[in-house]
Design a protein around this ligand. Sequence first.
Ligand SMILES: [Zn+2]
Length: 313
Amino acid sequence: MIIMNFERIKLIVGDNGSRFPYCTTLFIEDDVTVVVDPGAGERQMRALKQNSPVDVVINTHYHFDHIYLNYLFDEAEIWINTEEANCFRDKWEIARRLGMYEVYGPAWVEQWIERVADPRTPLSPYSPMNRHEWWLSTSRVDREYGPGEVLDFGRTRAEVIGAPGHTRGFCYLYFPEQGVVYAPDVDLTPFGPWYGGSDGSIDLFLASARRLIDLEARHFITGHEKGVLTREEFVPRLEKYLDVIDQRDERILQMIREPATVEQVTREGPIYGKKYLVDPWIYMWAYLMVEKHLERLVMTGRAMKAGDKYIAK
Ligand SMILES: [Zn+2]
């Protein structure tokens, strides 16, 4: 389903309203035919490929929902940002960035690589942890791009805007002639900003999100749920979305009125509901997000750390 076009740039809304693990895909039909973040869903991506040969697939970052259908485009070049290109050469790089190495250690990572290599591995309940597409879609990179670069597809040009925070290499694509920016994981969902990997950062997320407003874009394309927003819609909603970070701080502060470890706070479910924590990846992301908030509370003088416990001041 294509809902809106900006000249040669078309939006393909993902299955289930682009809710994770789907995302809104861009399709650029120009001298070079380009798919950006092919996460809209298998049926849609297969149909797209059948109708027009795709020259290039661009991934804004290495997360599953943005890359998992790369493997369908076996005749296209695969491009990803320079910072994260090694994710497509070495699965350990994914493990280090996403948090597996930090939270579960090297033996667990070895087992994860074996699990995704096998298409018969049972799926994890709430995350794409065991999806075989990890194996299929991270096996090749043909070109790297970086912040400040201009990607030229014929009559359509995209500026690469570095946007660290969601992941370290995450980039927006800004189309100055059309006044449009694709900022897929500044998604304005009720869940709020996501910085749950070892490579995520709250402060960088905030700074990168606010930089969007400085672009002379009239339309903002999000990758999940919301779709396209005009500047008038986007600016106030962005602030509300970023407010979720402060709300998480407050919730976590309440949870450390008695001294508590990162694990104890995580088990209280301040980021993801408790039932989701049975999924090892959800627990891992929750843990890393809680840890980032606790460090932030210490840095801003609202909490103290004693040993491995945190306590509100
Ligand atoms: Zn992402």
